[in-house]
Design a protein around this ligand. Structure first.
Ligand SMILES: [Fe+2]
Length: 260
């Protein structure tokens, strides 16, 4: 009884305990700093909440975190200004993260993946859904754009699907721009995979194809905060610039291959 080693009687910390402590420390010390750390090791696409991956277990979701932009604020000029990206990313996306974390606390979706939260809260918890949906949408929106992107430069596999399902690139562009133009009020236009085929859709506010039986592979934000500084009320001009000069087709292909 007297020769017990110090610490005896208390179980040794497991790998999971250590990961949990690290997660809490990262969130407690600096959520933004934790997001910055992701720059070297970005989370897998689709993982909207920050996460720690135990090599032997499933991903352990953490609170929502604002991911860093994958390019400089001025990288998309003249099609999207640094001022637009500073407000859109640092203020609007940050607000969805902050509000989403507050609304997630104490709900049945705490600790779930972002996709599970988006799908599960739809029609059940409007406040949480709006913020979680917008967090998901914006995580991908930043990656759906790049410097010198856009235009009819689709990777072959994607080009074949656009030809087969959407009637070719020109028709895709016309229909995608029309979807964004005719979305009344705030929302998004989408290229999604549904029932094994590509489809162009539009949704209001923070909704996306995940809650309509599809998987988004490209989306464009048509909330005024996305274009009003650069294009004022000319939403079609913004949408044409997005398609002609900004789309990161490599990321669209990556999401297509996961969805198909
Ligand atoms: Fe937005």
């Amino acid at each position: 009884m007297t020769d017990a080693a110090p610490g005896a009687g208390r179980p040794a910390p497991t790998r999971r305990d250590t990961l949990a402590l690290l997660s809490v420390a990262a969130v407690t010390l600096s959520p933004y700093g934790a997001a910055r750390a992701d720059q070297a090791n970005p989370p897998p696409s689709g993982a909207g909440a920050g996460a720690v991956t135990d090599p032997n277990e499933k991903e352990i979701p953490m609170a929502f975190e604002l991911p860093p932009l994958p390019y400089a604020y001025d990288a998309l000029q003249p099609y999207m200004s640094a001022e637009t990206l500073e407000y859109h990313h640092d203020k609007h996306h940050q607000a969805y993260v902050t509000n989403g974390n507050n609304l997630l606390k104490g709900t049945e979706w705490e600790g779930k993946s972002l996709e599970e939260i988006v799908k599960g809260s739809y029609g059940k918890n409007a406040g949480l859904f709006n913020n979680a949906g917008q967090h998901y949408n914006h995580i991908h929106f930043w990656k759906w754009m790049k410097k010198d992107g856009g235009g009819n430069k689709l990777p072959g596999k994607l080009q074949a699907a656009v030809d087969a399902d959407l009637g070719g690139y020109d028709k895709f562009k016309a229909d995608f721009v029309a979807a964004g133009t005719t979305q009344f009020g705030s929302g998004w236009a989408w290229l999604a995979v549904k029932d094994g085929k590509l489809a162009i859709t539009k949704t209001p506010n923070g909704e996306n194809p995940l809650v309509h039986g599809g998987t988004p592979i490209l989306g464009v934000d048509v909330w005024e905060h996305s274009y009003y500084i650069d294009y004022r009320n000319a939403r079609p001009k913004y949408l044409e610039a997005f398609v002609d000069s900004l789309i990161n087709w490599d990321y669209v292909l990556e999401m297509y291959e996961k969805a198909a």
